[in-house]
Each structure stands twice: as C-alpha cells, then as structure tokens.
Design a protein around this ligand. Sequence first.
Ligand code: GLU
Length: 500
Amino acid sequence: MTDLKGIRVRFAPSPTGELHIGSLRTTLTNYLFARKNNGTFILRIEDTDQKRFVDGAIERLIDSLAWAGMTIDEGVKIDESTGVVIEDGPCGPYIQSKRLAIYREYVQQLLDEGKAYHCFCSAERLAEMRAVQQARKEAPKYDRHCCALTTEEVQAKIDAGESHVVRFKIPEGMTSFDDMIFGHIEVNNDTLDDQVLMKSDGFPTYHLAVVVDDHLMEISHVIRATEWLASTPKHVLLYEAFGWKETMPQFCHVAPILNHNRKKLSKREGSVSVQDFRDKGYPKEAIINFIALLGWNPKTEQEIFTMDELISQFDTAKMNRAGGVFDMDRLNWISREHIKRMTIEDLYREGLPFLEQKEFFEKAKVSKHKEDFIKRLLTVEQDRLDTFVQIGEENQFFFADAVTVDKDVLRWKENTDTDTQEVLARAQTILAAVSEEDWTRENVEKILMEAAGEKRGDFLWPLRAALTGEKRSPSPFDCAWVLGKDETLERITHALTCYM
Ligand code: GLU
C-alpha cells in the first residue's frame, strides 16, 4: 500500500449527468474540510453502474468543479495542456471501471473466508420471494436460499455458465459507528439484507467498491450525502470482514438541499445543476457562499463569505442535520452582494460573455463594444445586478444609436414646453463647455448639480429623459458619463428637435 498521510477526503460522483447543486454542496464540504485541515482533496469517479453512464459527464463534472474554484489534488483531473482526462495517481486508476481486477481480488478473499457467497437466484424467484415478504408485511430481504449450496454445487453451476452474483453474508449481532453530524448510530444486523457485492456483469456494486477504494486510497473522512447513511452499517461490516476496522474512515453525512415543501430539490423545481446557475449568470462566489450557508451556521452575523473565509471558519460541528431550504430570493441577494464587491476588471471579464449574447449588444455600433464604454456601464449598473445576465438589460437605451423622445416624456411635472426647451438648451451649453478630459463621473455630477441649483427636477428630469427616452433610468450624470460627451450632446440636440 502507498504511504499517504494526513486528512484525505474524496468526492466520488457517478458520471450520470450534470453536477447537481446538492452534490456541489457535498463537494464543497469535502473541499472546505480538506483545505481547512491541510488535507488532500481527491476526485474519484464511481461508474460501476454502466447503464447510467453519460458520455462527457466526467469532463463536465471536472469543469464544474474548476469553475467553482475547487482544485483537485489527486485523482481524476484534466491535463491543462492537452485537455485529456488523467485517470491515474498514487492509488492507481481513480475511475472505478478501471479497477475491476482489484474488486475481484477482494471479493475472492471474502468468498474464500466464507464471508460472502454466490447467489444464482433468478430475477423471477427474487420477485416472488419479495411479494411473499410484502404480503406478510416483512421487510424485503434475501432468504439465503443459495447460502446452503455446497462448494461443488456452486462450482458446477459456475461451470455450466449460470448467471450469478456474489452476496455479503451479513453476520449476526449489532453494528454501530459515530457519524460526525448524526452522532452514534447502532443497528441490529438482522435488519440488513445480504448485500450484492459483485453483479452478474462482473462489476462490483457501489457498496463493495466504495469500501475497497476508501480503504486503499486511505480516505480519512467519508463526507457524503445523507442518502448513504442507511448503507453505512453495511460498509462498517465490510471493513470488519476485511480486517480493516482499525483504519476505518470517519463518516460525515451531509443533509440534502430541500425545496419549499421540504422535499429533496429535484428537476421539477427548474434549475438544479451547477451548469444551470452558471448559464443564468450567477458568480461562482455567490453559488459557493449560498450553498455553504444551506445547512451550515457560522453562528455570527456574517452572511457574505469568500472561499478563503469559508475555509477558515468551516467547522463540521456547526453543520445542521436538517436539509437547508433552497431560497431563490436569498441566492439573488447573496449574488448581488458578491457582484457589488467585484472589481470592475473582474466584472468585465465575467460579465462580457453574457452581454455578448444579447441582441441589443450585437446590433449596437462598434463604439458600444469598446472596453471603456462597457466598463462605464458596469460601474453604473454594478450595485443593481443580481446576475451577469442582467447586464445592460434594463438600460438598453445606452446601446441604441438614438432614443425616441417626445415632449410628454421630457416635461417635468407642471412645466411648460418652453421651460423644458430652455433647460435642455442650457444643459447643452454647459456640457459642451466641459473638456473631454474633465468628462469624469464626479465632474459631470458636480457641474450638473450646480447648474440645477434648488430646482433639481426641473433641470435634471428633461436632461435625463433626453439621454434615455425612459421614465426610469440611472441618474443623468451617470447616463452622460457612460454615453460620453459627443453622444450626450447629440442626444440633447435630438431632443430639442421636438420643439421645432
Ligand atoms: N457515487 C456515490 C454518489 O454519487 C458516492 C457516494 C459516496 O460518496 O460514498 O452518490
């Protein structure tokens, strides 16, 4: 065995599709635990159920982890330069379908020691057996029909090519373990079914593969979803059967993410995969922050965390047993707070791909595609964005070649058209006198506020309406600054044509 030290945790997804937001939370728990304890974060692919394998799922899983900022220390990775999946590491292959010989060897050990047995029962016989048990209101459990076969009988059946599985012979007694979140758990072994370890297709079941791999990979803490809590006693018994009890990992079962009816979040709720949220333009920091707080209570007032802050404050003792309810409004709030904290450089880099998909952007003239212009827009919109998808949405007038205005939109309250025309002409003169270098956000605001004096609405409303054509928009200073001097003056001139 390899000499692997310290805290070692693994994320062990089955490559059956997109990474679910609930799985991202399990991954995050593993990741935070590893980083907090200077441990190793391992990615292992559990693809022993070949029927459920989805092509490309491994690559997409890795991509989702990378996007979320979780770096894999060991296990399946993508070679940055070639883009090829790396499957091997210090523990051999980290994709279970490449480890079949290893599982066979360990199953053979259990067979040799009489701790497992071959089962030749047909699907029909098992179904009948279950129906009888159900009618008697008994829990479904294999009746050990094949356990009575002699070695010769077993061999004869194997030689005759009879389809079979290998089952674990659950010993009598009680089994217990301590879960880091659920505490002490004890079950009577007679409630446990003789688990299939090796399927008829020669693939191990999850239960066998997970125990063998966690042992060989020297996993110190198994952090996974609560759906596996009920299977853990069987795993504990397998550790005992192999003689690995002394080095058995600690278990930590993480509650699922729930919908408003307190049921597990499913596709019916709409977005459930990490990719869905990515496509919707949520910053990764927001998703991470949001899911970290679902079912984890930092016990302080702080609600907005960076990954580094999560790592330093993470503590499994503060994790809840109950699942956290997915609240979209809260996600949007957290997302907005993260966007507010971004530098304009980062916001530009992350937001541009979303803006580029918009028709209003595509149709806009070249000057509206310039970095300077977009950064000014982002500066103005930054505090109001929940997601990157919203960039420019509410303020499409910035991208238009010209805006349509009429006297009704331009007029402030009871003012006359003559008042409005005068105000626009004055604004035009004042702004025309500002040099290009002085056209900063602060200066434009200062100059216009001075010009407005006491009667702010009378001066600022017509100007804002002339620049935007809208009843609601950012302030006239912000609009003038984003548009730049030339376009601002052009739009005022255009508005003045209403009075000709
Ligand atoms: N392959 C299992 C799953 O995707 C992993 C369970 C575990 O972490 O032990 O749920």
